[in-house]
Design a protein around this ligand. Structure first.
Ligand code: OGA
Ligand code: MN
Length: 307
C-alpha cells in the first residue's frame, strides 16, 4: 500500500490513506508520524480497530495515560481497559445516559475548546479518537491550529506571552459549566498545575499557544487580567477560518497533537448512540512524534515485551 497525505485546511489537518492501523508496517507508521508533526491533526478513515488494537497503536508513540474517570471507585465503567477514555454517551448497558448522569455532565466539558489533559503535570501529547457508532447528524469534533494562532499574533503580544506561565485545572474547566461534583479523592489526584503559555514544537521549532478550558489564569498577574488574556487568545485562535470541523463516519481514527492544537465536541441528539473511544499518550519527553516513534521502536527491539 502507498501512503498518501492530503491536506484538509489551509494551515493544518490532513487525511492519511493507504495504511491499516490494526497491522501497520513500520514504514507507514513513520509516514503517519511525520504527517502528525507537520499537520497537527490527521484523519485516517475506514479502520477496524479493537480496544487492544487502539491501545497497541497508541503505545507505539508513548506511555498511555489513564482516563480521568478512573480516579473515583464508584464510576461505573462500560469499558474495562483503563487506557480507553470512553467519550461515548452510553452507560454500562450501552444505552444513552440519563440527562443528569454524572459522567455525562463531566463529559459535557469536552464541548469547551481544550487540549487534552493540560491539567496534568505531564499532560497529553497525542490523542487518538476512534468512531464505532456515530449519530445521524451533528456531533462533529472541531479543531483549532494553535501554531497559526501564535504566528498571527502582533509582535508585541507574542513577546508578552512568550514567557508567561498558565495555571490549569480540571476542576476549573468543569466549574465553568457549573459542574463541581468532585470527591476529595479526585481533587487530591488532580491539583492545579502550571505550564508555559507558549510551547515550541520539537519537530520544527514552530511555536504554539498552549491553553484551552483548563487554563484558569496567568501566574503573576491578577486573576481577572490573566483570564482576560486567555479569553482573547482563545477567541483569536478559534476564528472560523482557522477551524477544521471533522464530521465523523464509523471507522474514522482521528489523531491530534495536543501540544499544538485545541479541539471541542459539537452537540447532537443524545437519544442516538455516539460511541467514540480515545487513547492519549503522555508528553513525557520533548520529542517530535516521529522521534518518539523511533525511540519507542528501538527500546522495544532491545527489550521485547513478553507475550
Ligand atoms: C476528546 C474530546 C470531543 C468529541 O475525546 O478528548 O474532546 O467530539 N472529544 O467527542
Ligand atoms: Mn478532548
Amino acid at each position: 500500500m502507498t501512503v498518501t497525505v492530503t491536506r484538509l485546511h489551509e494551515t493544518f489537518a490532513a487525511q492519511v490513506s493507504g495504511i491499516d492501523l490494526a497491522h501497520p508496517e513500520d514504514r507507514a507508521l513513520g509516514q503517519l508520524a511525520a504527517a502528525i508533526d507537520e499537520y497537527g491533526v490527521v484523519i485516517v478513515r475506514d479502520q477496524t480497530l479493537t480496544n487492544e488494537d487502539q491501545i497497541a497503536l497508541a503505545s507505539r508513540f508513548g506511555l498511555l495515560e489513564p482516563s480521568v474517570t478512573r480516579y473515583r471507585a464508584d464510576n461505573r465503567q462500560r469499558i474495562e481497559r483503563k487506557e480507553i477514555v470512553d467519550v461515548s454517551n452510553l452507560d454500562e448497558n450501552d444505552r444513552p445516559r440519563a440527562v443528569d448522569d454524572r459522567l455525562r455532565m463531566l463529559l459535557l466539558g469536552n464541548r469547551l475548546w481544550h487540549t487534552d489533559s493540560s491539567f496534568r503535570a505531564t499532560p497529553g501529547a497525542l490523542s487518538m479518537l476512534y468512531a464505532r457508532v456515530v449519530p445521524p447528524a451533528g456531533g462533529e469534533t472541531e479543531f483549532a491550529d494553535n501554531r497559526a494562532a501564535y504566528e498571527t499574533l502582533p509582535s508585541p503580544l507574542k513577546q508578552r506571552v512568550d514567557d508567561m506561565l498558565a495555571e490549569h485545572a480540571l476542576m476549573y474547566s468543569r466549574e465553568q459549566l457549573g459542574f463541581t461534583d468532585f470527591s476529595q479523592e479526585e481533587r487530591n489526584a488532580l491539583p492545579p498545575v502550571r505550564h508555559p503559555l507558549v510551547r515550541s514544537s520539537p519537530a520544527h521549532g514552530r511555536r504554539a499557544l498552549y491553553m484551552g478550558s483548563h487554563a484558569s489564569h496567568i501566574v503573576g498577574l491578577p486573576v481577572p487580567e490573566g483570564r482576560m488574556i486567555l479569553r482573547d487568545l482563545l477567541e483569536h485562535a478559534t476564528q472560523r477560518e482557522r477551524v477544521y470541523a471533522h464530521a465523523w463516519h464509523v471507522g474514522d481514527l482521528v489523531i491530534w497533537d495536543n501540544r499544538c492544537t485545541m479541539h471541542r465536541g459539537k452537540p447532537y441528539d443524545e437519544s442516538y448512540p455516539r460511541d467514540l473511544r480515545r487513547v492519549t499518550t503522555s508528553d513525557t519527553e520533548p520529542l517530535s512524534t516521529y522521534d518518539m516513534l523511533q525511540r519507542r521502536s528501538e527500546a522495544s527491539r532491545e527489550a521485547p515485551a513478553r507475550a
